[in-house]
Design a protein around this ligand. Sequence first.
Ligand SMILES: [Zn+2]
Length: 152
Amino acid sequence: MKNLLCCKYCCSSEKIELREDLKSRRGLAVSLEIICHNCGESTSTMSSKISNKCYDVNLRLTYGMRAIGKGGAAARIFCGLMNLPPPPAKFERHNSLFLNVLKTISEDSMNAAVHEAVIANDNNSNIAVAVDGTWHKKRLFFIERSCMCYVC
Ligand SMILES: [Zn+2]
């Protein structure tokens, strides 16, 4: 990797040192420090982009673990087995971020389904919806997006 680096100040690709700043590690996101011993300048960067105050790589780890039904304990085992840095200490905090996003998406989806149902009902918002299991006794019609309505 050192062969791919050059100093942004003097453009030298020799005497470049790349090291990790262990004190700035945030879960799987690591701080990389590039030091040019030719001109004495140094610069650092994190290995992952940050969004919503969380590093993308940590969000992806949390999302991946959640997608397979696992949590922080499994993430620690996975990272250990893969010889990766440990997952973020506040692993569960990422779950609330996903919960908020999923809540917003589900509410938007349900609102869109309601809008479609109203349009399908000649712009009449007086639509009966069954969620108590009595639907199988009624005459049914289906609307896209898995919204099920029945007519009494
Ligand atoms: Zn330099």
